[in-house]
Design a protein around this ligand. Structure first.
Ligand SMILES: Cc1c2[nH]c(c1CCC(=O)O)Cc1[nH]c(c(CCC(=O)O)c1C)Cc1[nH]c(c(CCC(=O)O)c1C)Cc1[nH]c(c(C)c1CCC(=O)O)C2
Length: 346
């Protein structure tokens, strides 16, 4: 049975360049701590990674926001830092703080982690993809993802999140060959990982570059644009129909160069971007996704109404996916998410 155009998920139609009267909507981090049903399963799993690597639970968590809110797309429940794990690096999460890895700051450490390398570490995540696919309603699209090489490298080098990405910047200044080697490994594994997700059933993939905004123009070209283009080309060589969304958070005025240079099909926009610029210089190139401020969603009230209208006003006349400019905050009231959906869907 072939699907007619109108049976195609609205999310995929928008990514293909259609302007829809009601834009499709999903939210970054839509499966997460603001949901009581997530917190319940998270407590049962004991740890975040325990949840990520249990296909039954991870599939359930992926589907929770779809059942509750009927978003237009589900996003795989996992983390960008499972790729360093596939590269052999130890990863753990400190409760209330965030991720920790054994830092890779010299050549010896890199050759040590290499011994354990293997994509099979991610088999449970691929099994999660199959289960979610089987459980998703038709009309709901399914998004897979990975971290962009630059952002993943910042965690691999520092061993944790850093306010200014200083350790990774120091490394590419001090030992460019070593940093390039790290980037190359992330690129190769990310291509295999995204292709495995697509083969198992995701409709589109998003490349999260959360720290893209911390790079100056020349470094943005070599550490963000070039490695991302290699992933896009590597995935397309094997999966010509793959839909790829880039999210170079904070890249602002460099986003048109990112779109042209990487060849992504669509781009996510941070909340801070100038919306007039984004409409004229970015949405004219590719469909855009974003960019309600997560703080405004959490606050609710008249400011939320005004901002939803401003986002719709800026992007509603072109190909557009409604989203936040970054992940939903854990203490966001569920009623505000319900209000957002009602306002966007009219
Ligand atoms: C930098 C980054 C990470 N992970 C991710 C990024 C890029 C996007 C961004 O900038 O937010 C991406 C990510 N992380 C998670 C997803 C799942 C899909 C989704 O719902 O969007 C995705 C796409 C789940 C998660 N990843 C994490 C949680 C919270 C874990 C918990 O339940 O305790 C979730 C639901 C943990 C995580 N994972 C990471 C950090 C820094 C943290 C700690 C901060 C935090 O707790 O929010 C690394």
């Amino acid at each position: 049975m072939s699907l007619t155009t109108s049976d195609r998920p609205a999310f995929l139609r928008a990514l293909a360049g259609e302007t829809l009267t009601t834009p499709p909507i999903w939210m970054m981090r839509q499966a997460g701590r603001y949901l009581p049903e997530y917190r319940e399963l998270r407590a049962k799993a004991g740890s975040f990674l325990g949840l990520c690597y249990n296909p039954e639970w991870a599939a359930e968590v992926t589907l929770q926001p779809i059942r509750r809110f009927g978003f237009d797309a589900a996003i795989l429940f996992s983390d960008i830092l499972v790729v360093p794990q596939a590269l052999g690096q130890k990863l753990w999460f400190v409760e209330g703080e965030g991720p920790r890895l054994e830092p890779v700051a010299d050549r010896n450490r890199l050759s040590e982690i290499d011994r354990h390398a293997g994509l099979s570490v991610l088999d449970p995540v691929i099994e999660t993809v199959r289960r979610v696919r089987a459980g998703l309603p038709t009309g709901t699209a399914f998004i897979g993802f990975c971290g962009a090489p630059w952002t993943v490298a910042t965690y691999m080098v520092a061993g944790r999140g850093t306010p200014d990405q200083g350790p990774a910047k120091d490394l590419f200044t001090r030992d460019e060959a070593l940093f390039r080697d790290i980037i190359d490994r992330i690129v190769a594994t990310s291509i295999d990982y995204l292709c495995a997700q697509i083969e198992a059933g995701v409709d589109a993939v998003q490349i999260f570059d959360s720290w893209a905004g911390s790079l100056g123009e020349a470094d943005f070209e070599r550490w963000c644009i070039v490695p991302t283009r290699r992933i896009v080309e590597g995935v397309r060589a094997r999966q010509p129909k793959a839909r790829i969304i880039g999210f170079p958070r904070g890249a602002g005025r460099l986003i048109p160069a990112y779109v042209r240079g990487t060849g992504v099909d669509a781009v996510g926009l941070e909340s801070e971007i100038d919306r007039g610029f984004a409409r004229d210089e970015i949405q004219s190139l590719v469909p855009v996704q974003g960019n309600l401020d997560p703080l405004v969603l959490r606050a609710g009230g008249p400011e939320l109404e005004r901002e939803i209208a401003a986002v719709m006003e800026a992007f509603g006349q072109g190909p557009f996916v409604f989203n936040l400019g970054h992940g939903i905050l854990p203490d966001t009231p569920i009623a505000h998410v319900e209000r957002l959906l009602a306002a966007v869907r009219g």
